[in-house]
Design a protein around this ligand. Structure first.
Ligand code: MGD
Ligand code: SF4
Length: 747
C-alpha cells in the first residue's frame, strides 16, 4: 500500500472525525489500515512479504453495529481487517475502531486463565484455576442458590454476541432475569416511545433512511463522533448531496460542523424546543395533511395541547430565538416527507426521556416520514430459523416483582433494577443472590458505582466472563477468560435491513493463552449442571450447520462468502393506495396515547423544567470518540495510539473565570463530592458556558489495564445521581453537576 499519509495525519482524521467524514469512509478505512501496518511492524507481526495470504470471514465485535469483514493473515500471522464488500452494514468499509480490532486479539493485558478469588471482594486476590475447577465451583454454587432460593435469584448482565449462550443457559436453569445496560442505560426510552406511537420500535441497526433524507434533524445525535458505520456513510452521502442538516447540541459537534443550522440549546430543554416545533408545524399547516388524516389518532388533542408552546414561550427556556425555531420548522415542513427527525440512540438523559423521544416521534408522524423514502423504512426480516431446543422451565419470579406498580411500560429487564433488587429490602421476599456478568464492565456502565459495589457485596456468587481484566473482574468470585472474537465461531449475525443478510464469524487464529469461546464455556457449565438436553450440539460448527440448513444455506458457503443476502419480503416504504396498519390499540399512529393516560402519564408530551446547575457548577455531558467504543477499547494497543486519554471540554469564558489553561490537568468534582482522576482541560468556544463534556470510557482504575490505567477521567464516577423515567425505568444520567479542582503538583 502506498504510504502517502503519515500516522499523525491519520490521527487528525480519525480523532477529529471532520476530515474522515468529509472525505468519506474509503479514506477513513485505508488510513486505518495504514496505521495497522505501522502497528504490525512495531509489534513484530509483519510476516514475510511473500508469505501465504489467507482470509477468514468475521463479524466485528468492537461495537454492536456488527459489520462483516475479512481478517487477513500472512503465514498465519495477523495482518489487517477489512470490510466485506457484500455487507450492507458496512459496504466494504470498516470504521477506524473496527480496523483496529486486531488490537483486541493482540492486547498483552488480556485475561489468560480462569481465576478464583482468594480474598475479600474488590481486593483482587485470585489464584489461577483449571477450567474444570472454575466451572465446578460455579455449578455447585448455582445449584445451591436454586435449591435455597430458586433459580430466579440468579441474574445475567450481558453485552455482546457471546451473551446469547449465557442467556440460553440461564433460561434452561430457570431464570428469565436477563438484562443488558443497553436498555435502561441507553436506548430503552426510544424503543418504548416509538412502540407507543407507531406500534414498532426503531431497533438496531436503525431503520433510518438517512441516505435519501433531504432534511436531517439531529437532536444530540453526534454522528461522525458516534461512528455507527453505515449511518455515518449515509450521513456523508446526504451532506454531499446537498441535504439540509439541523443539529441541536450544546456543543459544536462534528455533525454541527456539517449543518445549515446549529442550535446550541441549553442542555435538558430539548422537549421545549420540540413542542414549539410541533406548535409551528401545526399552526402554519406545514404538516402532511393527508398522511395525518389517514394514519393518525388524536390530532385535535395534540393541536389543543401544544397551543401554549409558542416559540416565544420556548425562547427563554432553550435560548433558541423564536425566528430560528420558526425557520427550522419551515425547513422541516418544506422537505417533508423526506425529513428525518433522528430518534437518537443513547437517550437516557434527564428522566423524562420516553416523553422527549415521543415528541420527536410525533414530529416524524406530522411530517409523514414514517414508512416514507428519506424517513424511516420498513426493514426486511432475515428468515433464518432458530435452533430448536426443549421448552425452558417456567420462571416463577421476575425482576418486576421487586418494583410493584412501577415502570409499567418496561418491556425488557432493567440492569439498574436488578442491581437495586440485589440490595436486601424488607419489602421483598428474596433479593438476587447470583450474577453472571458477560462482557459488560458494570462499574462503568451502570450509574452510581457505589450502589453497584454495595449490591455486589450481597451476592453469594459473582462470575465475570470477559476478555480483559475490566474493573468488574476485580469483584468477581470466578473470572472466566473468553477468547477474542477473532479466535472463535459465534452465532450467526442475522440482520434485518433494506436487504436482509446472514453473516458468519469464524476463527482467524487459534485461541491464545488458556481462554475459551463463550459458547464452550456456557455449554460446559450447562453439562456440569445437568442441563445436557439444552446442549445437544457438540461444537458450534454443528450448531451453525443446523441453523443454516434451515435457511437453505451451508457453513461452507458462509465460510467462502462471509455474508449472504436473503430474499426481501416486503416493500421498504408504504405503497400508494394501500392503507398501512399500525400495531397500536387504535390501529393508527398515536399522537395521543390512551395507554399512557391509563397509567396516569401525559398522553401528549408536556414540558416540565429540570434542575439547573448551582453557582460554580456545570452540567456534566458525555459522548463518544470516533476511535473508541467506551471502556472496551481504551486499552486496545492500536486504538490507544489514536487517542490515549480523554479531555474535558470547557467553555473559554468559564475556563478564564476558573483560572484554567488549555492542556492543564484538573480534577472534576460533582455535587456529592465524588471526584475523578486528573483530566486534561480542552478550553474551547465549541461548548456552551453552562456545561462541560467528556468522552465516556476512560479513566480505568484497574492496574492490570496497563495502557488505560488512570489515563483520563471516568464520567461514571461522577454519575452519583440519576433521574428515573417513570414510564420504563431508564436512568437519566445527565443530571449531575461538576466543578473544577486544581491538581496539586508534588514538590
Ligand atoms: P449520545 O452519547 O447520547 O449520542 O451516540 P449518540 O446517541 O449519538 O450524545 C452525545 C451528544 O449529545 C454530544 O454531542 C453532547 O454534546 C450532546 N448532548 C448532551 N446533552 C444534550 C442535551 O441536553 N441536548 C442536546 N440536544 N444534546 C445534548 C451513542 C451511540 O453511539 C451508542 S448508544 C452506541 S452503543 C455506540 N457507541 C459508540 C462508541 O462507543 N464509539 C463510537 N465511536 N461510536 C459509537 N456509536 C454509538
Ligand atoms: Fe466494528 Fe466500526 Fe462496524 Fe462498529 S461500526 S461493528 S466498530 S466496524
Amino acid at each position: 500500500m502506498a504510504k502517502s499519509l503519515s500516522r499523525r495525519e491519520f490521527i487528525k482524521i480519525g480523532g477529529l472525525g471532520l476530515g474522515g467524514l468529509a472525505l468519506g469512509g474509503g479514506l477513513m478505512n485505508s488510513c486505518a489500515n495504514m496505521l495497522m501496518e505501522e502497528q504490525a511492524v512495531q509489534l513484530g507481526l509483519t510476516g514475510a512479504a511473500n508469505g501465504s495470504l489467507a482470509l477468514s470471514p468475521t463479524v466485528c465485535e468492537i461495537c454492536f453495529w456488527k459489520c462483516a469483514g475479512w481478517v487477513h493473515t500472512i503465514d498465519g500471522q495477523p495482518w489487517k481487517i477489512t470490510g466485506n464488500e457484500h455487507d450492507p452494514s458496512c459496504n466494504g468499509r470498516l470504521c477506524p475502531r473496527g480496523t483496529g480490532g486486531l488490537g483486541a486479539y493482540l492486547d498483552a493485558d488480556r485475561l489468560r486463565t480462569p481465576l478464583i478469588r482468594t480474598g475479600v471482594r474488590g481486593k483482587q486476590t485470585f489464584r489461577e484455576a483449571t477450567w474444570d475447577e472454575a466451572l465446578d465451583f460455579i455449578a455447585i454454587k448455582m445449584k445451591k442458590i436454586a435449591e435455597e432460593h430458586g433459580p430466579e435469584c440468579v441474574a445475567l448482565f450481558t453485552h455482546g454476541s457471546g451473551g446469547s449462550y449465557f442467556k440460553h443457559l440461564l433460561r434452561a436453569y430457570g431464570s428469565n432475569n436477563i438484562a443488558a445496560p443497553s436498555y435502561a442505560q441507553c436506548r430503552g426510552p426510544r424503543e418504548e416511545a416509538y412502540m407507543l406511537t407507531f406500534g414498532e420500535g426503531v431497533y438496531s441497526p436503525e431503520r433510518t433512511d438517512i441516505r435519501n433524507s433531504k432534511c436531517l434533524v439531529l437532536i444530540g445525535s453526534h454522528l461522525g463522533e458516534n461512528m455507527h458505520n453505515t449511518q455515518v456513510q449515509e450521513f456523508a452521502d446526504m451532506v454531499g448531496n446537498g441535504g439540509t442538516v439541523i443539529t441541536v447540541d450544546p456543543r459544536y459537534s462534528v455533525a454541527a460542523s456539517k449543518s445549515k443550522y446549529w442550535l446550541p440549546i441549553r442542555p435538558a430543554t430539548d422537549l421545549a424546543l420540540m413542542l414549539a416545533w410541533i406548535h409551528v408545524i401545526i399552526e402554519e399547516q406545514l404538516f402532511d395533511q393527508e398522511y395525518v388524516k389517514n394514519n393518525t389518532y388524536g390530532f385535535d388533542e395534540l393541536r389543543q395541547s401544544v397551543k401554549k408552546y409558542t416559540p416565544e414561550w420556548a425562547y427563554p427556556i432553550t435560548t433558541i430565538k423564536p425566528h430560528i425555531i420558526r425557520e427550522t420548522a419551515r425547513e422541516m415542513g418544506w422537505q417533508k416527507p423526506a425529513t428525518l427527525v433522528h430518534p437518537g440512540r443513547h437517550v437516557t438523559w434527564y428522566g423524562d426521556d420516553t416523553q422527549r423521544v415521543r415528541a420527536g416521534a410525533i414530529l416524524n408522524a406530522l411530517l409523514g416520514s414514517w414508512g416514507r423514502r428519506g424517513g424511516f423504512y420498513y426493514p426486511n426480516k432475515a428468515a433464518v430459523p432458530k435452533y430448536k431446543y426443549p421448552a425452558y422451565p417456567a420462571a416463577k419470579r421476575s425482576w418486576r416483582d421487586a418494583f410493584p406498580g412501577k415502570y409499567p411500560l418496561a418491556n425488557l429487564a432493567l440492569a439498574s433494577g436488578i442491581c437495586d433488587a440485589t440490595l436486601p429490602s424488607p419489602e421483598r421476599d428474596c433479593s438476587f443472590k447470583g450474577w453472571l456478568v458477560y462482557g459488560t464492565n458494570l462499574l462503568m456502565t451502570l450509574p452510581q458505582p457505589k450502589k453497584t459495589i454495595a449490591a455486589m457485596q450481597n451476592l453469594d456468587l459473582l462470575v465475570a466472563i470477559d476478555l480483559m481484566p475490566a474493573e468488574i473482574t476485580g469483584w468477581a468470585d470466578v473470572v472466566l477468560p473468553e477468547c477474542s472474537y477473532l479466535e472463535r465461531y459465534d452465532d450467526l449475525r442475522v440482520s434485518p435491513g433494506r436487504v436482509p443478510t446472514v453473516a458468519l464469524r469464524a476463527p482467524a487464529f487459534k485461541t491464545k493463552y488458556n481462554s475459551r469461546p463463550g459458547w464452550w464455556i456456557a455449554r460446559e457449565l450447562g453439562l456440569k449442571m445437568g442441563l445436557e438436553k439444552y446442549f445437544p450440539w457438540e461444537t458450534l460448527e454443528d450448531y451453525l450447520e443446523t441453523r443454516l440448513k434451515g435457511a437453505g444455506l451451508s457453513l461452507a458457503e458462509l465460510k467462502e462468502k462471509g455474508v449472504v443476502e436473503l430474499p426481501q419480503r416486503q416493500p421498504l416504504y408504504f405503497e400508494d393506495g394501500v392503507q398501512p396498519e399500525f400495531d397500536t390499540p387504535s390501529g393508527k399512529i398515536e399522537l395521543y396515547s390512551d395507554v399512557l393516560a391509563s397509567y396516569g402519564f401525559d398522553p401528549v408530551p408536556q414540558y416540565t423544567a429540570h434542575e439547573e446547575p448551582p453557582d460554580g457548577y456545570y452540567r456534566l455531558l458525555y459522548g463518544r470518540a470516533p476511535t473508541h467504543t467506551f471502556g472496551r477499547t481504551t486499552n486496545n494497543p492500536i486504538l490507544t495510539e489514536t487517542m490515549a486519554e480523554n479531555e474535558v471540554w470547557i467553555n473559554t469564558k468559564v475556563a478564564e473565570l476558573n483560572g484554567i489553561r488549555n492542556g492543564e490537568y484538573i480534577i472534576l468534582a460533582n455535587q456529592d463530592g465524588a471526584k475523578t482522576n486528573k483530566i486534561k482541560a480542552k478550553v474551547t468556544e465549541r461548548i456552551r458556558h453552562d456545561c462541560v463534556y467528556v468522552v465516556h470510557g476512560f479513566g480505568h482504575q484497574d492496574k492490570r489495564l496497563r495502557k488505560a490505567f488512570l489515563r483520563g477521567a471516568d464520567d461514571a464516577q461522577l454519575i452519583t445521581k440519576v433521574k428515573i423515567d417513570p414510564i420504563m425505568g431508564g436512568t437519566g444520567m445527565r443530571v449531575n453537576f461538576v466543578t473544577f479542582e486544581k491538581v496539586v503538583q508534588a514538590v
